[in-house]
Design a protein around this ligand. Structure first.
Ligand SMILES: [Mn+2]
Length: 315
C-alpha cells in the first residue's frame, strides 16, 4: 500500500491541475474518497478539484456536500478550462459508470483507484491502475493514505468518510477486516463525529415508511434470496438502498431489487453477503459490479428479468 501512496504522491508534480471524480449517483464512499485525495493534494500546495455535476443526488449526498466548506468543484461547464490535468477516478473504473464520460477528453493522464471487481470495460492507458476488490471501500484505502501522508482533515470530512465506510460495509457486515475497523478508529481520531455521522445517515421518516412498504412486498426464493419488484419508476439509488436493507434480515444471504428506472429500462440492484454469486446473474443482464454489490440496466421485460433471476438462483 505504501508503494501505491508513494507513486501517487510523486505523480502530482507533473500536472497543473488534479481532478478527482467518482461514479454517477455518488455515495459517501465515493465522495469521501474524493475529499481525502482533495485534502492530500491541497496539502502539497497543488490545485485540486472534485468533479460533481451536483444534480439528482440523494438527500444524504446533498447533506454531506453542504456539510463541507472550502472545496473547489468542477463540472461539465468549466472542466474544459483546466489545462495539463491529471484525472483521478475513484470507486469506479468503467467509463459508463462515471458521472460524465466526457471528462476523459479533457485530461492529459488518468489514474484509477477502485475496490470493485475488474471489468472488461476498464479503460486502457492509465498512468496508474489500482483495483483491489478485497478492500471494504475506497474510504478504507484513503484513510490509510491520509495517515501515511500525515494530512489532517476537517471533522466534517472525517465524518463523511466514516459514514461511507459504514455504508459500503453495510454496517461492518460486508468485507470487513481488522483493517476496516482500524480505519474506522483512525477516522474517529482524525475528528469524525459519531453523532453527526448518525445524523447524516438518518432517513427521513417518509423514505423509511416507503421502503418498509416495498420490503413487505418482497418474497424469498430458495429460502435465502430476497426478490423485490418495485412499482412505478424509481431512482437506481432507491433500488440499492432496498437491496441493502433486505440483506439485514434473518436468513437472507442475497437480495435482488428490480424496478423501472425510466420509460425504457429496468434497473436491477443486487447484494450478497458473499456465498451466493449475484454477479453471475447480473452479468447475464448486461451489468457489473462486485461479488457483494452489483447492478444492471436492461431493456428486457420484467417477466424476462424475473425469470432470469429466479432461474439463476435455483441454478
Ligand atoms: Mn465504494
Amino acid at each position: 500500500m505504501e508503494d501505491l501512496f508513494n507513486k501517487l504522491d510523486r505523480m502530482y508534480d507533473d500536472y497543473d491541475n488534479i481532478v478527482v471524480a467518482g461514479h454517477s449517483y455518488p455515495d459517501l464512499d465515493c465522495y469521501g474518497a474524493c475529499l481525502a485525495i482533495y485534502n492530500r493534494v491541497c496539502a502539497l500546495d497543488k490545485d485540486c478539484y472534485v468533479y460533481l455535476e451536483g444534480n439528482g443526488y440523494s438527500d444524504i449526498m446533498n447533506k454531506a456536500i453542504s456539510s463541507v466548506s472550502d472545496v473547489k468543484y468542477v463540472n461539465d461547464d468549466n472542466i474544459g478550462n483546466l489545462t495539463n490535468m491529471l484525472l483521478i477516478i475513484v470507486d469506479a473504473h468503467q467509463v459508463d459508470r462515471l458521472e460524465n464520460s466526457r471528462i476523459f477528453d479533457f485530461c492529459k493522464d488518468f489514474v484509477i483507484l477502485d475496490h470493485h471487481i475488474k471489468d472488461r470495460k476498464c479503460p486502457k492507458g492509465s498512468k496508474l491502475l489500482y483495483i483491489n476488490n478485497s478492500l471494504s471501500s475506497m474510504v478504507e484505502l484513503m484513510t490509510y493514505y491520509l495517515d501515511y501522508s500525515n494530512v489532517s482533515i476537517d471533522s466534517s470530512v472525517a465524518t463523511i468518510m466514516l459514514a461511507g465506510l459504514e455504508i459500503d460495509t453495510n454496517g461492518y457486515n460486508l468485507k470487513t477486516t481488522s483493517r476496516t475497523y482500524k480505519a474506522a478508529s483512525m477516522l474517529v481520531e482524525m475528528g469524525a463525529d459519531v453523532t453527526l455521522k448518525q445524523e447524516l445517515l438518518k432517513d427521513s421518516k417518509d423514505d423509511y415508511v416507503r421502503r418498509a412498504d416495498f420490503i413487505k412486498n418482497s418474497y424469498t426464493v430458495n429460502g435465502n434470496v430476497a426478490l423485490c419488484v418495485l412499482p412505478d419508476v424509481n431512482k437506481t439509488e432507491t433500488l440499492a438502498e432496498i437491496a441493502d436493507s433486505l440483506l439485514t434480515f434473518d436468513n437472507i444471504e442475497a437480495s435482488f431489487v428490480v424496478s423501472k428506472i425510466n420509460d425504457l429500462e429496468y434497473g436491477v440492484s443486487a447484494r450478497s453477503i458473499g456465498e451466493i454469486d449475484i454477479l453471475k446473474t447480473v452479468r447475464k443482464l448486461g451489468g457489473g459490479g462486485s461479488t457483494t454489490s452489483c447492478g444492471a440496466k436492461t431493456n428486457k421485460s420484467l417477466s424476462e428479468i424475473k425469470k432470469l433471476i429466479i432461474k439463476s438462483i435455483k441454478g
